[in-house]
Ligand binder design. Structure first.
Ligand code: URP
Ligand code: ZN
Ligand code: ZN
Length: 479
């Protein structure tokens, strides 16, 4: 398919300019002030609109087996919902069960993702440790284009990584030229607090945020940062929800440490009052970790994004329907953790970021796409409107209006955390790998059209880091 996007203003992270865009065979092949339309070329009139790199959501969990159930949104429906909102690529997570062979888990997720309608790639979680994991990490980097490893510092008794695992895995990642990422919550403290809150008789969703206060996030973020500092490995902290973790990141960055921070659209816009809703279904629909926070944290997170101390925005899209959330009807600890948002991330950030003046349009592109592409080493193939880049493009109509609702969204979940929010600005057309997949409010997607994207390691840069690292001797692998 050849597509000519005519009359729009290109908005990249570094600049905006008027140009037409020609897409052919999945790539952007030409930019020019007035490109001629050849016969057979599909024309998209982008007059009065912005032409931006498709969004990259660097944190999703499609069809994740988690807390006794499986996330309702699968790779087909989830990537389709993303396209309807202008997101053309996801970075999902392979999460091996404790003791599950890491490569087996990786292939399991690759199989599940084959039905994706947009491009995808995987962070791989290190949930346990022995010499097979040590070896598998190399295979993943060398043979499968994995350059990021995830560590859950929470979820004790399940997938939690303790300090020993962190140190082993961070050391190995540095050797391999991969970046490490963490879910920062002190799992031991969460476990204790959950027990004591439950024993006090608090059984409903209001117990969830009480058991996961900002301090447990701040502690874990700081610990991961300091471990990464000692070992000399770059670190990416996922879903920062509070001032405490942001402060830990800001301090480290001010000291010159290579630390990145992600924030979820939900954490920027939703506060913890949702957990005090007397309706179980509505409150449980918001149970995710880390939880939504008191309002003052939202302002801090916006400032983190504006100042560049937080670089990416994500959704942690991990959907569970009411009947799944009901598993925790009598015990908040059993409510499957997770919320959605992939379809709405771009529009709510435009509404509350660009339209409020908190973000310029270029900053919007940077935090919804370009920074993720750069941090995870797929730039400028992704995250850029430039010749040679993948034709993953969103044509953005700044005048489009809508009210977000679960009744009309494409996401396969029965609630929407942004329910009732009015937004101005949204995707009028989405192009994925050079194919028009969303226009006029309609999706036209092909099951399996999405491709796995390999991400090369950060070899040269890491070689320099290893020479510089003070404490980078390999840590003995335990049997
Ligand atoms: O509550 C959440 N965030 N569920 C998905 C797993 C995770 O912690 O990211
Ligand atoms: Zn998490
Ligand atoms: Zn997550």
């Amino acid at each position: 398919m050849t597509i000519l996007i005519k009359g729009g203003t290109i908005v990249n992270a570094e600049q905006s300019f008027r140009a037409d865009v020609l897409c052919q065979d999945g790539k952007i092949v030409a930019l020019g002030e007035t490109l001629e339309r050849a016969s057979g070329t599909k024309l998209i009139d982008a007059g009065g609109q912005y032409v931006m790199p498709g969004g990259i959501d660097p944190h999703t969990h499609m069809q994740l087996p988690f807390m006794g159930t499986v996330a309702s949104e699968d790779f087909y429906s989830g990537t389709a919902a993303g396209l309807a909102g202008g997101t053309t690529m996801i970075i999902d997570f392979v999460i091996p069960n404790p003791q599950q062979d890491i490569l087996e888990a990786y292939h399991q997720w690759r199989g599940w993702a084959e039905k994706s309608v947009a491009d995808y790639t995987f962070h791989v979680a290190i949930t346990w440790w022995d010499e097979t994991v040590h070896a598998a990490m190399e295979t993943l980097v060398r043979d499968f284009g994995v350059n990021s490893f995830k560590h859950f510092m929470a979820y004790k008794g399940a997938i939690m990584a303790d300090d020993e695992i962190l140190v082993n895995s961070f050391t190995r990642a540095l050797e391999l030229g991969a970046i490490v990422t963490v879910h920062a919550e002190n799992g031991e403290l969460v476990y204790r607090l959950q027990q004591s809150i439950y024993e006090k008789g608090i059984r409903g969703p209001e117990g969830h945020p009480l058991s996961r206060p900002p301090e447990v996030e701040g502690e874990a973020a700081n610990r991961a940062i300091r471990i990464a500092e000692v070992l000399g490995v770059p670190l990416y902290v996922v879903h920062n929800s509070c001032r405490q973790s942001l402060e830990a990141i800001t301090r480290a960055r001010n000291e010159g440490q290579r630390v990145f921070g992600e924030v979820l659209a939900g954490h920027l816009l939703i506060d913890d009052s949702v957990y005090r809703d007397k309706n179980f279904d509505r409150a449980a629909a918001h149970v995710m970790s880390p939880p939504f926070r008191a309002k003052e944290h939202q302002e801090a997170l916006w400032r983190g994004l504006q100042s560049g101390n937080l670089q990416t925005t994500a959704t942690d899209h991990c959907c569970f329907c009411a009947e799944q959330k009901a598993a925790g009807k009598d015990d908040f600890r059993l409510i499957p953790n997770g919320t959605g948002g992939i379809e709405n991330r771009m529009e709510v950030l435009w509404e509350h970021g660009v339209r409020t003046g908190r973000l310029t349009m270029n900053e919007f592109v940077r935090v919804t796409s370009t920074n993720a592409a750069q941090i995870f080493n797929i730039y400028p193939r992704k995250g850029s409107i430039s010749v040679g880049a993948d034709a993953d493009i969103v044509v953005w109509d700044p005048a489009a209006t809508k009210t977000i609702s679960a009744k009309t969204h494409h996401q396969k979940v029965d609630t929407n955390i942004f329910e009732g929010m009015k937004v101005t600005g949204g995707a009028s057309h989405t192009i994925s790998r050079g194919k028009l997949v969303y226009s006029g409010g309609e999706l036209d997607v092909e099951r399996g059209a999405g491709r796995y994207v390999e991400r090369p390691p950060f070899a040269g840069y890491y070689d320099a880091l290893k020479l510089k690292a003070k404490h980078s001797e390999p840590v003995a692998v335990r049997r």
